[in-house]
Ligand binder design. Structure first.
Ligand code: PGA
Length: 248
């Protein structure tokens, strides 16, 4: 039985005050929540969140990393630095990084490897654009994105990886994939893993992301192959985020 995981992706939204309020409100509502709960904060706020969540069951993640351990990489942040602030997870391959910052599947695979080497759990995002879906290429796109990672890190590494299926057309648009569309994609992703190793496929958590909110989370997460959510907009409001966490 896979655990439900609910991860918040704050993207580039935070201030010291808003982080204080959001985490304090989250912590007061955590009683009885059985899902694993994780917030992925922008780099400057990792230290603040680390202190605020101490002793709670909320976990901390980052949103990106550099593949190098240290050195002359102005403006970049390494996996060890992220770990230094108590984070256990890091998002890799988010579609915003793929489309706005030119991250290729090969780069995403290297980032996944760097995270794993440092002992961080990568939250690997994959998903198709609307053009790719409309032209019938959803499965081909997903397969390419996932294979790049499997080829570099090996299937066994997926025991330490969380996958997030995020159709690009659903991210921040208010248009959520239907439970049927999402389940179909999740099942396809699991079948790709199963081609390499059936038991890894059964254990790997696959989260859905893309306009998941308090009203649609339950029908999505109740699908057989949807193991939780990666939440953007709705993760910025404690009440909405907690509502989603309660679904697990
Ligand atoms: P959204 O973002 O929930 O605002 O659609 C999800 C994501 O980008 O991870």
């Amino acid at each position: 039985m896979r655990k439900t995981i609910v991860a918040g992706n704050w993207k580039m939204n935070a201030s010291k005050d808003s982080v204080d309020n959001l985490i304090k409100d989250l912590l007061t509502g955590m009683d009885g929540i059985t899902s694993e709960v994780l917030v992925c904060a922008p780099f400057p706020y990792l230290a603040q969140v680390e202190l605020l969540i101490q002793g709670s069951k909320v976990m901390l993640g980052a949103q990106n990393l550099n593949t190098n351990a240290s050195g002359a990489y102005t403006g970049e942040v390494s996996a060890d630095m992220i770990k230094d602030f108590g984070a256990r997870h890091v998002i890799v391959g988010h579609s915003e990084r793929r489309s706005l910052y030119g991250e290729t599947s090969a780069m995403v695979a290297e980032k996944t490897k760097a995270a794993l080497n440092a002992g961080l759990t990568p939250l690997l995002c994959i998903g198709e654009s609307i053009e790719q879906r409309d032209s019938g290429n959803t499965e081909a796109v997903i397969e390419k994105q996932l294979s790049a990672v499997i080829e570099l890190v090996g299937i066994e590494a997926f025991n330490q990886i969380i996958i997030a299926y995020e159709p690009v057309w659903a991210i921040g648009t208010g248009v959520t994939a239907t439970p049927e569309q999402a389940q179909e994609a999740h099942l396809f992703i699991r079948s790709l893993l199963a081609k390499n190793d059936e038991s890894v496929a059964q254990k790997t958590p696959i989260l859905y992301g893309g306009s998941m909110n308090a009203s649609n989370a339950s029908e999505l997460i109740s699908c057989a192959d949807i193991d939780g959510g990666l939440i953007g907009g709705a993760a910025l409001k404690a009440e909405d985020f907690l509502q989603i966490c309660k679904v697990g």
